[in-house]
Design a protein around this ligand. Structure first.
Ligand code: PLP
Length: 374
């Protein structure tokens, strides 16, 4: 937040700032979604809906999940939320009580520990490592489970690392959790952002076998470039989803009515937009990582998924100062905004988004290089 506030100040003062900190695609939302939302407004679809979201969208989400992963989930297992963020927040409120532990791979998205603490729980980060692309290993995750563990939280592909979990490891995590009565919450916000022909392993594929264990969270934000629409979803055991709908009913009431009509159109009619965007992201990733490899003091593997590079940059630090000082230094001297790794639990790294044009990536890395070679 500090870096982004400073970036805004510098911009307001007339500096040209290149922003590689964005957690959102720079593409427009799909035309079909925009048109459907516009039509919904014109039709006067502007009142409260039921708390769980419009049934058409819930059914479409449940059907899609069934088609892709053979899930047993239906309408009553499906909830539309005000972004994946609200889905996670509400699920933590329902599932996590004071003293409960939530185990999750780290570095991790900043809102995970914050939301776990807000529910009274104890975040238990499990280290993943740059040398194998921050891959999530079942052995490490399961070794962190104790009698106090209430939940295992998986985010594959990961923000900020792009690291993923393999199908076998995910199966082992879910089977182990099922034996112990632990919930596996799988945040698959970046499920479509996988590169080099890899396959995303979804926890949803294990829901038929372990129906009381698996909870899926997803988002329209990144896949459909619809961050500002604020729409996400959760699918899982009916009783749990029912309680989560109660929480939603008393907090946000329902996701925005006409936005949900747009999301339904995106879900059913924007596949070409999604493929086009992700192919471009893969090219950007390659450009960015190739450029980073030439910078002194940095090392970076190609992320398997998501849209962030997470280079090791401690070699660039002056006087042992950390990622926040480094990010501030790059902002002031190169006019490039990126996110310090500290808040993700990795002070030797920074997060660089490739959700910006190839031209911006070239220019930003050229500027960073000039600063590092000074
Ligand atoms: N989960 C992860 C891992 C994210 O990175 C984000 C957004 O950055 C979210 C959830 C929240 O997405 P939404 O915009 O749907 O609330």
């Amino acid at each position: 937040m500090r870096v982004s506030r400073r970036a805004k100040e510098l911009r307001a003062a007339g500096r040209e700032i290149l922003d590689l900190s964005a957690g959102e695609p720079d593409f427009p939302s799909p035309a079909v979604a925009v048109e459907a939302a516009r039509q919904a407004l014109a039709d006067g679809f502007t009142r409260y809906t039921v708390a769980a979201g419009i049934p058409d969208l819930r059914e479409a989400l449940a059907e899609r999940c069934h088609r892709l992963y053979g899930t047993p989930w239906r309408l009553a297992n499906t909830l539309v939320t005000v972004g994946a963020k609200a889905a996670l927040f509400q699920l933590f409120q329902v599932l996590v009580d004071a003293g409960d532990e939530v185990v999750y791979p780290s570095p991790a998205w900043v809102s995970f520990p914050a939301q776990i603490r807000f529910a009274g729980g104890r975040p238990v980060p499990v280290a993943t490592h740059a040398d194998d692309g921050f891959t999530v290993h079942a052995d490490a995750v399961l070794a962190a489970v104790t009698d106090a563990t209430r939940m295992i939280l998986v985010n594959s592909p990961s923000n900020p690392t792009g690291g993923m979990i393999a199908e076998d490891d995910l199966r082992r995590v879910v089977a182990f959790a099922a034996e112990r009565g632990i919930v596996v919450l799988s945040d698959e916000t970046y499920d479509r952002f996988v590169y080099d022909g890899r396959r995303h392993a979804s926890a949803a594929a294990l829901a038929r076998e372990h129906p009381d264990t698996v909870v899926l969270v997803g988002s329209f934000s990144k896949t459909y470039a619809m961050t500002g629409w604020r729409l996400g979803y959760a699918l899982g055991p009916e009783a749990l989803i029912g309680k989560t709908i109660d929480v939603q009913g008393h907090t946000t009431s329902n996701p925005t009515s006409f936005a949900m009509r747009g999301a339904l159109a995106a879900l059913t009619g924007a596949e070409d937009d999604v493929r086009h965007m992700i192919a471009e992201f893969e090219r950007r990733r390659d450009v960015l990582v190739e450029r980073l490899a030439t910078l002194p003091g940095m090392s970076c593997r190609k992320p398997a998924g998501a849209f962030y590079a997470f280079p090791h940059v401690a070699g660039c630090y002056r006087d042992g100062r950390g990622s926040v000082a480094f990010a501030e230094h790059l902002l002031e001297t190169a006019g490039v905004a990126l996110v310090p790794g500290l808040d993700f639990g990795a002070d030797d790294h920074v997060r660089i988004s490739f959700a910006c044009s190839r031209g911006e990536i070239e220019e930003a890395t050229t500027r960073i290089e000039a600063v590092l070679r000074r």
